[in-house]
Design a protein around this ligand. Structure first.
Ligand code: ADP
Length: 261
C-alpha cells in the first residue's frame, strides 16, 4: 500500500508518499499556479509515472490545504490544522508542541497537547507576517526569496521597517533603497517586522514549549532567528518543514486505511 498526502497550498503544492512502515518514499513540491485543478492533475501524472496507481486499492490518498477540494482522486479531504498537527507530532516525535506555520498566504499557530489540537489561531486576512509579505519584498529588492536568509546574515546595521502592512512596508523599503541603505540591512529589518507580527499572533494564544516552526518560510534562517529573538525561546525545525501538512495528510491516509482494514 502507498499512503499519499497532497497539500495544495496557496503558493506551493506539496506531495508526500509513505510506505507500509510509514517511511517517506517520495516527496515533491511544485508551484500551485493559477489552477489548483491543473496542479492536482500534474501531481496525479507524476505519481502514476512513478508507478503509484491512484485508482485501485493499492493506495489511499488524502488532500489538504486551501485547494484540497480540487483533488478529484483523493479518498478524503482533511483540514490543514488536523494535518499540520499530525505531521508535526510525527516529525518532532513530541506530543506537546506549539507549531508556528508560516505559509504563502497565511500564518497559523497551533497548540498541541498529548498529540491532539488544543487550540489554534490563524491570520489569513492580511499578507503581513506571511510568505506573501516576503515574496513582495524580495521582488522590490530584486533578490530571490531563497536568498533572504543568507543576505540577512550579512547585515551590519540595524534598519527599522516600522510598518507591518505590506503596502506601507513596500514604500518604506523603496525609500530606504533610494537613500542608499544596504539591501542586507533592509532584509534584516523586514524579517524583524515579520517576527513582530507573528509574535503578536502567538501571544494571543500563548506559546508553550516545545516550539517548532513549519511551512515554507521556516526555510528562511533570518525569519527564524528574528522570531527566536522576539519570542525569547529556541525554535526547532526539520528539513521537511515545508512538507509538514502533506506528511500529516499521508499519515491520516495511513490511519484511515488501517481502520478500514
Ligand atoms: P502554502 O502552503 O500557503 O502554499 P508554503 O508553506 O508552501 O505555503 O510556503 C510558501 C512560502 O514559503 C513562499 O511564499 C515563500 O515566501 C517561502 N519559501 C518557499 N521556499 C523557500 C525557501 N527555499 N527559502 C525561504 N523561503 C521559502
Amino acid at each position: 500500500m502507498n499512503y499519499i498526502g497532497i497539500d495544495i497550498g496557496s503558493t506551493c503544492a506539496k506531495t508526500v508518499v509513505l510506505n507500509e512502515k510509514k517511511e517517506i518514499i517520495r516527496e515533491f513540491v511544485q508551484p500551485t499556479g493559477w489552477s489548483s485543478v491543473d496542479t492536482a492533475e500534474e501531481i496525479r501524472q507524476k505519481l502514476e509515472l512513478s508507478g503509484i496507481n491512484l485508482s485501485d486499492d493499492s493506495s489511499c490518498c488524502v488532500a489538504t490545504g486551501y485547494g484540497r477540494i480540487s483533488v478529484p482522486y483523493a479518498d478524503k479531504t482533511v483540514t490543514e490544522i488536523t494535518c499540520h498537527a499530525l505531521g508535526a507530532v510525527h516529525l518532532f516525535q513530541q506530543p506537546d508542541l506549539t507549531v508556528i506555520d508560516i505559509g504563502g498566504q497565511d500564518t497559523k499557530i497551533i497548540q498541541i497537547e498529548q498529540g491532539f489540537v488544543k487550540d489554534f489561531i490563524m491570520n489569513d486576512k492580511c499578507a503581513a507576517g506571511t510568505g506573501r509579505f516576503l515574496d513582495v519584498m524580495a521582488g522590490v529588492l530584486e533578490v530571490k526569496v531563497q536568498d533572504l536568509g543568507h543576505l540577512d546574515s550579512l547585515s551590519k546595521k540595524r534598519v527599522e521597517i516600522s510598518s507591518t502592512c505590506t503596502v506601507f512596508a513596500e514604500s518604506e523599503v523603496i525609500s530606504q533603497l533610494s537613500m542608499g541603505t544596504d539591501k542586507c540591512d533592509i532584509i534584516a529589518g523586514i524579517h524583524r517586522s515579520v517576527a513582530h507580527r507573528v509574535t503578536g499572533l502567538a501571544h494571543r494564544i500563548g506559546v508553550v514549549p516545545a516550539l517548532v516552526m513549519t511551512g515554507g518560510v521556516a526555510q528562511n534562517e533570518g525569519v527564524v532567528k528574528a522570531l527566536q529573538n522576539e519570542l525569547g525561546c529556541e525554535i526547532h525545525r526539520s528539513p521537511l518543514t515545508q512538507y509538514n501538512g502533506a506528511l500529516g495528510a499521508a499519515l491520516y491516509a495511513y490511519q484511515a486505511a488501517s481502520r478500514r482494514a
